[in-house]
Design a protein. Structure first.
Length: 595
């Protein structure tokens, strides 16, 4: 895992002095093990390295192979297999890592090389002979790729801040993205971001910048959520899924030249990761759990469950306990690590946990994506059982954070652009490759919603400490197999039925049979005390008032009962607007002031 950035000048001029250095500084935390720059006549590429596979200098980036230059962030889980195929075609290698495999794959297959790559990746290849730039992002959008194009230049980076640092970005709020942000629980689907001047490459897409400046966007993969021609019974599905998960967890997502640990929350998903690794004979497995102070309404940790798993498999387990006063002290750093505003209460938790984990590891596995792939959230069953109205209506009444009327009452009239979120979701749910409504819902979640909230959150918060977090439940083969599985098998047993069946006998029953839990940060869910004072100060600030985004009457109504206004999926509405405003102050306002 690394940080990448670059600029391709379309007007023939060289990049401005110091531009790539400013961009690299903004992605530096993603790669603490080294830095590299490649300069051409109208091109500059930068790379910050986190050395996980082949830590030698031979794998240094930007990697040059004749007229090709690569900057790459991620891990290819099938790089050894591809290396053998490419060697059979006559290609010779000088390194032992996965980066060079991408370059040779491009030589062998051109732009279609991405169809051969399995893993999590974002990369750019400069083809000096053809004078073209190929940019690509993995199928599930696990690795980020932001870009800005103004007709004179094309810039890209692993985070939005690097583009702000380069300068010349239109920092006005994109009203369509704003509507997505406050309707979809912080999700802004690609290609949009909340800033008009910054876009992001959609998952499973390539973007080619041709010699003449033309941009060609191509989707190279789609998830097929239709039934198989030959039906399987429940036992056959469980066996197939067990084999796919074991392969993902034990084989592919352990590809590394450094040890791999697990973020053990105490839930079913991360507990199953530990069980599968232990069954495979992984010794001295390091596991980590985090907890916060209890609130009257909710317990602040799940240590009783993570301790059971750690004890059963004798892992090297560490608890991280964060007092509420530290939550507020560290909040500015956590927000600074957010490439985009992140509403999830657990963003700060992942940031603080990653800091401690990075003291001893460079790579961990985590359970992100399991709920979306295997139907673990309660709202899926509610949507299935709701027979009234269109697919959009059934989805929205159980998921949308705000109805259109509330969004309009929250924002000033300048941000009224209709209901773009309804249009986007309606189009995604009308999917020819989904057999049923619930298939379409799960596909929307797996290919869109999980990408720009939970997955983005775990990537940002861990890479802020140079820690690579892998998500085996979002392994391509696992996702493809699960998509073909009948929803009834996923929704049974209160959700995640197949995972529960696989876990039985491997994971303590108390973990399997417990009510669905969430990464608890109750101080944010139920704002009070110093944290509430902080939220009030942000929303009362001059910057917030002059931004002209939120209607004051809406803010005052939330402040009058800060613990009482929650979304359908239990996000705190007051926290959402405060976090958004604070992110704008920490990222955009500071950048504009420094320009």
């Amino acid at each position: 895992m690394c940080g990448i950035c670059g600029e391709r000048r379309l007007d023939g001029s060289p990049s401005a002095p110091g531009l790539i250095e400013r961009m690299l500084a903004a992605v530096a935390r993603r790669g603490p093990d080294g830095q590299g720059i490649h300069r051409g006549d109208s091109l500059v590429l930068g790379h910050r390295r986190l050395a996980v596979i082949d830590p030698s200098a031979r794998a240094h980036q930007p990697m040059v192979d004749g007229d090709l230059v690569l900057v790459f962030n991620g891990t290819l889980y099938n790089f050894r297999e591809l290396r053998g195929r490419l060697q059979a075609l006559g290609h010779r290698f000088v390194s032992e890592g996965d980066s060079e495999v991408i370059l040779k794959a491009y030589r062998a297959w051109g732009d279609r090389c991405v169809e051969h790559l399995h893993g999590e990746f974002a990369f750019a290849i400069w083809d000096g002979n053809a004078q073209r730039l190929l940019c690509a992002r993995d199928r599930m959008g696990i690795k980020p790729f932001y870009y800005a194009a103004d007709g004179r230049s094309f810039r890209f980076a692993s985070n939005l801040d690097a583009l702000l640092a380069a300068g010349g970005i239109d920092t006005r709020i994109d009203p369509v993205a704003l509507h997505h942000q406050f309707t979809l629980h912080g999700v802004v689907p690609a290609p949009a971001t909340v800033l008009r001047g910054v876009r992001k490459l959609p998952p499973a897409h390539c973007l080619v910048l041709e010699r003449d400046g033309r941009h060609i966007l191509r989707r190279y993969w789609q998830l097929d959520a239709r039934r198989e021609a030959v039906e399987r019974d429940e036992q056959a599905w469980a066996d197939a899924m067990h084999a796919a998960l074991r392969d993902a967890v034990v084989s592919r997502h352990r590809v590394s030249d450094v040890p791999v640990g697990v973020l053990l929350s105490g839930g079913l998903d991360s507990s199953l990761l530990v069980a599968l690794l232990a069954e495979a004979g992984v010794a001295d497995l390091q596991t980590f759990a985090i907890g916060f102070a209890d609130q009257p309404e909710e317990k602040g940790d799940e240590f009783e469950f993570s301790d059971l798993v750690a004890a059963r498999y004798r892992t090297l387990h560490r608890r991280v306990v964060v007092p509420d006063d530290q939550l507020l002290v560290r909040l500015p750093q956590a927000v600074d690590a957010m490439a985009e505003p992140m509403f999830g209460h657990d963003a700060v938790a992942f940031f603080l946990l990653a800091e401690r984990v990075a003291e001893s590891l460079k790579v961990v596995q985590c359970g992100q994506g399991a709920d979306e792939v295997f139907a673990g959230y309660a709202w899926y069953a509610r949507m299935r059982d709701d027979r009234s109205g269109s697919r959009l209506t059934r989805f929205g009444r159980h998921y949308f954070d705000r109805e259109q009327a509330e969004f309009l009452s929250m924002t000033t009239s300048a941000f009224d652009v209709g209901d773009p979120t309804a249009a986007l979701v309606e189009a995604r749910l009308d999917d020819a490759l989904s057999e049923t409504f619930i298939d379409a819902v799960l596909k929307l979640d797996v290919t869109t919603l999980v990408v720009d909230d939970p997955v983005k959150r775990i990537d940002n918060m861990t890479m802020a400490w140079g820690l690579e977090a892998r998500v085996p439940f979002l392994d391509q083969r696992v996702v493809e197999l699960a998509a073909r599985c009948p929803p009834s098998l996923k929704l049974a047993s209160g959700g995640k039925h197949l995972l529960k069946r696989i876990a039985r006998g491997r994971v303590p029953d108390a973990v399997i049979d417990r009510p669905k839990g969430y990464f608890p940060v109750p101080a944010i869910k139920y704002l009070r005390g110093d944290l509430l004072d902080f939220v009030r100060s942000v929303l009362d600030s001059r910057a917030c008032r002059e931004r002209g985004l939120f209607e004051r009457r809406y803010i005052d109504r939330l402040l009058a009962a800060p613990a009482m206004h929650h979304t359908r999926i239990m996000g705190n509405k007051l926290w959402q607007i405060a976090l958004f405003e604070y992110w704008m102050q920490r990222h955009v306002d500071r950048c504009v002031a420094a320009a």
